[in-house]
Design a protein around this ligand. Sequence first.
Ligand SMILES: [Zn+2]
Length: 78
Amino acid sequence: MTPLPKKKISKSRGRKRLATKLYKFPNLVKCQNCGKLITPHVMCPYCGTYNKLTIFKPKEEVKVTKVNKKEEGKTDES
Ligand SMILES: [Zn+2]
């Protein structure tokens, strides 16, 4: 038989424990190139640079059109 917990952990106690784990804001750092907030040790999704090296050049026209379409749809629904 596998080892089992001795007592049941109540809903409130388990949720209290989870509350400390779940609600953490992501650690964000300013991009050295464009200055936007990005996750550290990850390539910037906005300008496509990592450690001052350009990995890709983002297609700004495509991104802008997608965002505008989504925003328009949201405004229409609300
Ligand atoms: Zn950037």
